[in-house]
Design a protein around this ligand. Structure first.
Ligand SMILES: Cc1cc2nc3c(=O)[nH]c(=O)nc-3n(C[C@H](O)[C@H](O)[C@H](O)COP(=O)(O)OP(=O)(O)OC[C@H]3O[C@@H](n4cnc5c(N)ncnc54)[C@H](O)[C@@H]3O)c2cc1C
Length: 398
């Protein structure tokens, strides 16, 4: 005999806990199975320990999916303002950082404790940790049978909230994709997202030498561009601008770096040629960023003219140098992969999932929420907002 629940949730992460709380309020008896020894590990690690729990400006354009309209319904039914309202009800202190990003002031545990308190309210949620899902079966009586490392359970509604492949040590697993395939749902190929770039060409030596330095840049490919901080690392490029562009990068592609997005360098160089004919380019560029970065750029771009006064440089040469500084092409050899990626791109195809209820249109009673779906947010609190919104939508129907 297996123990019966109305709802079984696979994964006690952001979306699983949110769903459990809201389903219990509707009087549903919920079991959440979590393979890790603790619930909500990614929440605790998120946002550098401060959890960027949502954003003031949430638009469908902040999400990547093969089906871009899929997010609209859930995001409008449970918005960033709804989640901010709950954070305020709990008296959690938070701050707004750049680009409308909201972070807790006293740590991510405030968000996790809030979700756990919400799960407690109706006294209908059971959380089982160290409980790994092994197999799922749909029985003849329309119930699901779930086998775990702690025994068998049955339920009417099975919610797959197992997240993506990123950071295996924090619970990243492919089990959600396997369940989707088992029940006939197509799954888009997955790849690491919001992840640093790595290099193997000579640019790697530059990033290694500059490791730890940062500056505000614009990174762009043919379709997307992000103006934010760039961080040099021992392995390549990181920082918000790199993480954002990584969501739109495929192996083998190059992209451009504008090292000085706030300047019109060619105009500036021409002006200085008149005003200070003896000045060196590195002196001029040093006004905008650290000397160590300027010396590397000099080596890469105008080493032949390192000690030439600006008046000796033709306008054509100045134009070429300015253009290199403002659209420097780099070609990563790869990314750091799932080991450090914040999210997984791709996943369960939304074409056969209801955008209103998150229920499978193939299998009655089967739901997919959060990151396991083919929905990935930009950096900035959008991935959690998707977890909250998709969980809330499904919780009304499970
Ligand atoms: C380091 C880091 C920092 C981040 N910071 C932010 C941020 O500040 N803001 C933001 O919006 N997003 C952030 N993200 C992304 C965000 O954490 C995820 O998008 C979000 O947690 C996804 O929620 P989820 O419920 O779909 O999956 P998760 O939160 O990953 O939860 C899935 C759960 O399922 C469990 N599980 C997996 N397989 C099994 C199995 N077989 N049996 C039982 N349980 C299983 C896992 O252990 C895990 O607890 C960050 C991610 C990382 C890795």
């Amino acid at each position: 005999m297996s123990m019966h629940y109305d709802v079984i949730v696979l994964g006690a992460g952001a979306s699983g806990l949110m769903l459990a709380a809201h389903a219990a309020w509707r009087g549903r008896k919920v079991l959440v199975v979590e393979k890790a020894n603790k619930v909500g590990k990614k929440i605790l690690m998120s946002g550098g320990g401060k959890c960027n729990f949502t954003n003031l400006y949430v638009e469908p354009e902040n999400f990547i999916s093969h089906n871009p309209h899929f997010v609209i319904s859930a995001l409008s039914r449970y918005s960033n303002w709804d989640f901010i309202g709950m954070v305020c009800d709990y008296g959690i202190a938070y701050e707004e950082r750049k680009h409308g990003q909201l972070f807790t002031l006293n740590g991510s545990k405030d968000i996790l404790n809030m979700l756990l308190a919400e799960c407690e309210k109706a006294k209908l949620v059971t959380l089982k940790t160290d409980c790994e899902l092994k197999t799922v079966k749909k029985l003849d009586n329309a119930l699901f049978q779930v086998s775990t490392t702690q025994g068998h359970f049955s339920c009417e509604s099975l919610v797959v909230a197992s997240g993506g492949l990123s950071i295996p040590t924090l619970g990243g697993s492919g089990v959600g994709y396997e369940i989707a395939k088992q029940f006939g749902h197509p799954v888009f190929p997955t790849r690491a997202g919001l992840v640093p770039f790595t290099f193997s060409d000579q640019f790697k030596e530059v990033t290694t030498r500059l490791s730890g330095n940062a500056l505000d840049v614009t990174l762009s490919n043919d379709k997307h561009s992000f103006t934010e901080a760039l961080l040099f690392t021992h392995r390549g490029l990181s920082g918000p601008s790199s993480l954002q562009l990584s969501n739109y990068w495929h192996a083998g592609e190059s992209f451009q770096i504008n090292f000085f997005p706030a300047q019109d360098l060619i105009e500036y160089f021409k002006l200085k040629k008149q005003q200070q004919p003896k000045v060196l380019l590195r002196t001029l560029v040093s006004e905008f960023t650290a000397k160590s970065i300027v010396l590397e750029l000099q080596q890469l771009i105008w080493s032949d003219y390192a000690d030439t006064a600006i008046a000796q440089l033709s306008d054509t040469v100045l134009e070429q140098i300015a253009s290199q500084l403002q659209s420097f092409v780099v070609k990563p050899s790869g990314t750091e992969g799932y080991r450090t990626a914040e999210v997984t791109l791709g996943g369960v195809d939304t074409a056969e999932i209801s955008s209103k209820t998150m229920q499978s249109q193939r299998v009655h009673g089967l739901y997919f929420i959060g990151e396991v779906l083919d929905v990935t947010g930009h950096l900035g609190g959008y991935n959690f907002q998707w977890a909250w919104s998709s969980a809330y939508a499904a919780a009304q129907y499970v």
